[in-house]
Design a protein around this ligand. Structure first.
Ligand code: SF4
Ligand code: SF4
Length: 473
């Protein structure tokens, strides 16, 4: 029985409700009256239910689809402006006891080198990341209670936060590790993590169990209820995602939004972020063996419909996607991207090490350096942001969402984006990127409507140029 307020996986992601929503969407995909009504509701910027969103996703009336894309662009602009937050993944260990058939780290893959970084190696990686200009990381490990116990993750977080190389600092470490206990989530919270990220991979229980035949991840219920335990452990911000390509995208889309509705219904705060990875080629993995691949057009539609449905939830896209694809979807709703990423263990400090590619979790499409990505964003009219202010100022969970819902977050994000971009330009940018950036910073300062804020930003920019760092609203 479907119940978004239940904390039982099979009740808040009820298979019957997903199927009923898909049928409802199929039956109404040409119902102009209903589509118009849903679009009118969406224009209020307060989101949509999974059923309403499913109708928009299925809609194949060209004119209405154009309205959907336009509205997604408007909501993106209203809530996130022209800012794009940057981050990088950091793979600590690729030991894994699970059998996920889409991931090269699966336990049976014997030809991938296994590697777990020592604290000294992590330090080298973090210095390399700081020297690129990164301030925000997503920490990744495989699931292995012997090689990657929670103590290892906690110790690594301490190392990561302790390193200050030149003007560098990792100011926010988000963590993407396997589903765990309330007690362990509490430990992660105490260690000062930002968002806890866990991808569902697929919400379809039957497919999930087939795709995860061995290892603890086989337990659909435990995995699906992980965000509940994370919130019970005191973690304020959680990041959802599915791996598009494993199951029907229509199924995943509805279930993903049901998961968001469940978190909102029970904990009063929806997901902080949603990631939209698509299955990629990797060692021992051929994406063509999966039947549910989605093309760029459907991918863009999914992103637009998520943007409309959960306006306050940030959306993340990684370097799995090509430059062209990233360019296309940025304006539809993406608020965070990775740049200059390595998906291998130890790949930042030792890119020259040929074997590093062998430990990669997936092939990267966008291989540009962070500097190239920053310049590209600015030339497209975006303001790259290295801001990490909210969680350091205690604007997390429901407090964060309340500010978002009042559309006040812009007053924090925009000045912070300008100041952190200036830090990047001073410390890490190439001459050419700095030139483009300085012009942009000047222009963006002029757009700050609040005179007081503008004065503070101008003062802080002058201080940054003189060597001071870490200003924030
Ligand atoms: Fe292990 Fe995660 Fe890869 Fe599954 S997806 S094999 S849990 S690293
Ligand atoms: Fe993110 Fe908060 Fe910074 Fe805005 S002010 S970019 S929401 S951390």
């Amino acid at each position: 029985m479907y119940n978004p307020k239940s904390t039982k996986a099979e009740e808040f992601i009820c298979n019957d409700e997903v199927l009923a929503s898909l049928e409802y969407a199929e039956n109404n995909k040409n119902n102009i009256e209903l589509i118009d009504k849903i679009l009118e509701k969406a224009k209020l910027g307060k989101g949509l239910s999974h059923r309403e969103a499913a109708v928009l996703l299925d809609c194949d009336i060209e004119e209405k689809n154009q309205e959907i894309f336009k509205l997604a662009e408007k909501i993106k602009q209203d809530y996130y402006g022209n800012r794009i937050v940057l981050f990088a993944p950091l793979y600590l260990s690729n030991y894994c006891v699970n059998g996920c058939v889409y991931c090269p780290y699966h336990a049976k893959n014997k030809h991938i080198p296994r590697k777990k970084m020592t604290q000294k190696e992590i330090k080298e990686e973090v210095i390399a990341l700081q020297d690129m200009g990164h301030k925000r990381l997503a920490i990744e490990t495989g699931e292995d209670p012997v090689n990657n116990p929670i103590e290892y993750v906690l110790e690594s977080l301490k190392t990561i936060y302790s390193i200050h190389h030149k003007n560098g600092a990792i100011r926010r470490a988000n963590v993407n590790i396997a589903a765990t206990t309330v007690e362990n989530y509490r430990k992660l919270k105490e260690a000062g993590i930002g968002t806890y990220i866990l991808f569902q991979e697929t919400y379809n229980k039957e497919s999930y169990e087939k795709l995860h035949l061995t290892g603890p991840k086989h337990n659909y219920t435990y995995h699906t209820e992980a965000m509940d335990r994370a919130m019970q452990g005191g973690i304020d911000d959680v990041g959802l995602g599915v791996l598009f390509g494993l199951e029907s995208y229509r199924y995943e889309f509805s279930a993903l939004l049901m998961h968001a509705e469940h978190l909102e219904a029970v904990y009063g705060v929806g997901p902080h972020t949603i990631s939209v990875p698509r299955i990629r080629k990797a060692d021992d993995i051929d994406p063509n063996t999966f039947d549910n691949g989605i093309d760029d057009d459907i991918f863009a539609k999914i992103i637009a419909c998520i943007r409309i449905s959960v306006p306050y939830t940030g959306m993340i896209i990684s370097t799995r996607e090509s430059q062209a694809c990233r360019e296309k979807v940025l304006k539809l709703g993406i608020s965070q991207i990775s740049g200059g990423s390595k998906t291998s263990v130890g790949g930042y400090a030792h890119p020259e090490d040929e074997s590093e590619e062998d430990t990669a979790q997936f092939d990267i499409s966008d291989r540009r350096t962070l500097d190239e990505v920053i310049k590209w964003l600015m030339e497209l009219g975006y303001v790259p942001s290295f801001c990490t202010a909210c969680y350091r100022e205690g604007r997390v969970g429901d407090r964060f969402m309340a500010i978002c819902k009042e559309q006040q977050i812009h007053n924090f994000c925009h000045p912070n984006a300008i100041m952190t971009l200036e830090e990047y330009l001073q410390d890490y940018a190439s001459d050419e990127t700095r030139k483009v950036g300085e012009f942009l910073v000047k222009k963006e300062v002029e757009t700050l409507g609040d005179k007081k804020i503008r004065t503070v930003v101008e003062e802080n920019l002058a201080k940054i140029k003189q060597g001071e760092r870490d200003f924030r609203f």
